[in-house]
Structures are given as C-alpha cells and as structure tokens.
Write a protein that binds this ligand. Structure first.
Ligand code: GA4
Length: 334
C-alpha cells in the first residue's frame, strides 16, 4: 500500500467508498463537466501521466453495445477467432504480445481506427452481418476520440499553448495512425500469490504506450496497476462507468518531458474475467515528434528529432518493458 503526501492527495483525489479498502483509492479524478479541469489535468499529467475521467459524455449505450460484441467475439471457438488474425498488424492474438517474445494471460483483437478498414475477415464469424460489429466499434471509437480531443485541447489550454488544437489535430487527421484494442483476460485459476512475479501470470506486462494518449475502459474486474515515480506499483480500482487516461511517449516528447508517459501493467485475476477496450490516439506516420517550441521557454530539447514512423518501427521491435524513449534521448553534455 502506498501513501502519498497529503497536500498532493488533497489536490484532486476523490475517495470512493464503494471501493475495497485494500486498493489505493487516490486516482487523480477529472470531472470533464467542470470548467476548471484544465489545471488539474496538467497536474495529473505532470505527476502521474495518468488520471480517471467522469462526466465524459460518451454514451453508455455505445459502451455496452461494444462490450456485448466483444464478449460475443471472445466466446467464439479459438479456430473462429484465429480467422481474423494474426495480430500483426491487425487481428486476433492470444498469449503472445508484440513480436519480441512477450507473453501474457490474455487474448485480444487489434484494430486500426481507420474507417476504411475492411471487416471482411469478420464476415464468416459474425454471420450475415459483420456490420453490427463494425458499427459498434465505429460508434464507440468516434465518441472516445471526441473525448480524447477535448482532453488534449484542455491540456494545451492548461499549458498555454497556441493553437489549442496542436495535439487534437493529430488525432483528427485522416492519416492519424491510431489503434484500437479489445482485451480479454480470462480468469487464471492456478494463480497463487507466489506466482505474481512469473511473467506468464501477468495479464499484460509493464510498459508505456508509444502514442500520444490512450483511453481505457474496462468492466468491473481489477488488474490494472500504474507505476508511481518512486517505483511503487499501485492498483487502480476498476470503474466501468469511467475512463482511464494514459499519457503516451509521444506526448512526453512533445511536452519536452513535462508530462510523463505512465508505466502500467495488468495482473491476471484468479476468478473474474476482465474485458477492456483501449483507444490509442497516435499522429500520422509522417509527423515529426519533437517538443513544441512554445513549451520550451529557452530550454533545450531533451530528445533527438524523429518521425512517428521511426519511433513506431523501433517500438515494435522492442520488448514490452523496454524504455523505448531511451534511444531517442539526447545525451546531456558534461
Ligand atoms: C503497447 C500499446 C498498444 O497496446 C500497442 C502495443 C503493441 C502490441 O501489442 O503489438 C506493442 C506495445 C504496444 C509496445 C511495444 C511493442 C509494440 C507490443 C510490443 C512489445 C498496440 C502499441 O501500439 O504498443
């Protein structure tokens, strides 16, 4: 159990009495309907790279419709699900994550958010009408992307960056290289406390997200943990009515390290199934990822210049737990 200093907690933490007390309940909480949220958002991104959002405006109907479709998909026989795979770059994957040997107690579906993506591969498994699945994904992703844009515009305001769409225009760009992921963590009955350090018992190993911003929604099953600056892991109580937001590596670079991408992981659960859906908002492949001039105030860039394509290429060759930004950091002059 981690205890944060009191002044930090008082800034923006809400204690939820319904959460089990074994969980740390001090998640930075942002109410998007409150006009003063921009300063709290900036603070959450600087201190944690992570926060929870309520009053987000994403219709509940879109969330439940997609969750129903996801559960339906993951309940299909393996041979059927595999018809949409392998997951490189888009499709179904099981246990194996990425292409460098990482494994987890998970099955998932990786999709592009590009509306042109052909759902033909789903035709055979969704019967006559893969349209239902396609619509559920599109409705959900459009609504979540709108919320993500609102958040990054508030962040630009909070950082006093002009124009306020510097980040959101990248997510809205037709060429935006954004990804959508449906995860299913089946219950892992053999799980014992002692196994927690066994990588095979980890649902999804520790990592930071390479993109700008990630928007996560899960059912009410625990598992998500974030790594604090002091190295401690804290459990994030699940909340199916809220969204959890991660700062990604690209936003860390664009803010010259003022915002930190958050290291996070998902632990396997012994009895309950966890279903999560994550939108990873990324820039177009050709976009130069560099600190925004207006944020620098005379300071030097901490990073070498690179395009999203270059970063993505190097990221997809890495192991999950690697410090991917390390390769792109400037070595400080002695
Ligand atoms: C982490 C964030 C997203 O889930 C993802 C992941 C991707 C994958 O699952 O194929 C990666 C991982 C993620 C970062 C490093 C590489 C690539 C697995 C992996 C080992 C889809 C992404 O964009 O980067």
């Amino acid at each position: 159990m981690v205890v944060l200093s009191k002044p930090a907690i008082e800034q923006f933490y809400a204690t939820q009495t319904s959460q089990p007390s074994i969980f740390f309940t001090g998640v930075p909480l942002i109410d998007l309907s409150k006009p003063d949220s921009k300063n709290l958002l900036v603070k959450a991104c600087e201190e944690f790279g992570f926060f929870k959002v309520v009053n987000h405006g994403v219709p509940t109907e879109f969330i439940t419709k997609l969750e129903t479709e996801a559960v339906k998909f993951f309940s299909l026989p393996l041979s059927e699900k595999e018809k949409t795979g392998p997951p490189n770059p888009f499709g179904y994957g099981s246990k194996s994550i990425g292409s460098s040997g990482d494994v987890g107690w998970i099955e998932y579906l990786l999709l592009t958010t590009n509306p042109e993506f052909s759902y033909q591969r789903f035709a055979s498994i969704f019967g006559e009408d893969p349209e239902i699945f396609r619509c559920a994904v599109n409705d959900y992703v459009s609504a979540v992307k709108k919320m993500a844009c609102e958040i990054v515009e508030l962040l630009a305001d909070g950082l006093k960056i002009q124009p306020r769409n510097v980040f959101s225009k990248l997510l809205m760009d037709e060429q935006s290289d954004s990804v959508f992921r449906l995860n299913h963590y089946p219950p892992c009955p053999e799980l014992q406390d002692d196994d927690m350090n066994d990588p095979n018992m980890i649902g999804f190993g520790e990592h930071t997200d390479p993109q700008i911003i990630s928007v996560l929604r899960s059912n009410n099953t625990s598992g998500l943990q974030i790594n604090l600056r002091d190295g401690n892991w804290i459990s994030i109580p699940p909340d199916q009515n809220s969204f959890f937001i991660n700062v990604g590596d690209s936003l860390q670079v664009m803010t010259n390290g003022k915002f930190k991408s958050v290291r996070h992981r998902v632990l396997a659960n012994s009895s309950k199934s966890r279903v999560s859906m994550i939108y990873f908002g990324g820039p177009p492949l050709s976009e130069l990822i560099a600190p925004l001039p207006s944020i620098m105030e005379g300071e030097d860039s901490l990073y070498k210049e690179f395009t999203w394509f270059e970063y993505k290429k190097s990221a997809f060759k890495s192991r999950l737990a690697d410090n991917r930004l390390g390769l792109f950091e400037k070595i400080a002059a002695s």
